[in-house]
Unconditional design. Structure first.
Length: 185
């Protein structure tokens, strides 16, 4: 479930994001770092913190609307996008959080056991993971860090500031190299 409501207040447009946040502790830690950057959405704090949980599976938060679009035209923009994603991962790796780090093998097995009702989507994601793992080993030279978790064109807004990243609801601990590779393949 993922819904977005827009409203105007004091001449600004805000978005209410209704979703299910996988790891609330990491999400809250992440918002502290993202609030300092120019290329991320500005989540509005309230009396209860930055996110509000209504039930076990439904959360919501409010952020300032970002003007722009999701269309990237031209090779020069893709190069700039690659640099922006690198900067995103650098910022994410600086987030101070305390979470159990699952080894790559455990994450892979967990993924394979996951039910997916779309066979083509499952096979494509499995292919990405197989390629990633074939290029590394289970004694992986990469260090897991926080990744966006849902990085695709609809979660990137292009405007006069450059690239703006939104929707960090699926933030997770994994390899930024994998997310980068998956985005561009």
């Amino acid at each position: 479930m993922d819904d977005l409501l827009l409203f105007e207040y004091t001449s600004k447009i805000y978005c209410v994001k209704i979703c299910s946040i996988q790891n609330k502790q990491i999400f809250n830690s992440l918002l502290e770092v993202l609030s300092c950057g120019e290329c991320y959405y500005n989540v509005v704090a309230n009396d209860y913190g930055k996110i509000i949980t209504t039930t076990e599976k439904i959360d919501f938060y409010i952020y300032e609307y970002i003007e722009g679009n999701h269309e990237f035209v031209g090779d020069d923009l893709f190069g700039k996008l690659g640099v922006s994603i690198f900067e995103l991962h650098k910022d994410l790796s600086s987030v101070n959080f305390h979470a159990a780090k699952e080894p790559l093998q455990q994450l892979y097995l967990k993924f394979l056991k996951r039910q997916d009702f779309n066979l083509a989507n499952y096979l494509l994601r499995r292919k990405y993971i197989d390629v990633f793992i074939s290029k590394t080993s289970f004694i992986c030279p990469f260090t897991p860090s926080l990744i966006h978790g849902d990085l695709w064109f609809k979660n990137i807004i292009v405007n006069y500031k450059g690239f703006n990243f939104i929707d960090f609801d699926n933030v997770k601990l994994f390899y930024s190299e994998y997310e980068f590779m998956r985005f561009f393949l």
